[in-house]
Ligand binder design. Sequence first.
Ligand code: 5RP
Length: 221
Amino acid sequence: MTQDELKERVAREALKYVQDPVIGVGSGSTVFKFIEALASIKHQIDGAVAASETSAERLRKIGVRVLDLNSVNELPVYIDGADEVTEHLHMIKGGGGALTREKLTAAVARRFVCICDGSKLVPVLGKFPVPIEVIPMARSYVAREVVKMGGHPRLREGFTTDNGNVVLDCHGMTLLDPPKVEGELNQIAGVVTNGIFARRPADVLLLAEASGVLTKKRLPS
Ligand code: 5RP
């Protein structure tokens, strides 16, 4: 089974979590498969909050109304992918650069359902570089601070986020305590968001393997 087929499989499985009139939708190739699958049940929802302009465009294309997060009092469920995920349902996200809107939508959501193919499950986060969205004028300062923390930041060339900022991809970060590092990165002036999603982890992980889709629930800590 190809990775694309695994993404389709997990995207279809995620439809079971669409049980309310309003849903949150993340970004990335797995989520785009989910949006394709959502077309078959779009009459069941009133609208969706999108975590990227690209997702918003794709949702509109299938006939789903896109809602402003500010107009939504509560979001029962948020469905999104990840670049890496652990058994604790901590994640690295932002490979597509949508990390800020993703973190915001996840923060509002009651339930975060992460959809991935099996290759994303790792024992420890950090092989995938941690993306950090940074205000453009803070780029060099933030990079120097990340170096002090042991990381190797690289500017994502030719890329601007939906919020008009730049992204530093930080290699070699040791993420034995993801919530701690997430908090430390947040403290650097000029950082908008970092791609460690551990303080608000996923609640459910749907993991597509050739044998089927595994469901893992976050254990209470
Ligand atoms: C985008 C994200 C995506 O969820 C993450 O990059 C996974 O993407 P894909 O489903 O294409 O592997 O965080 O900012």
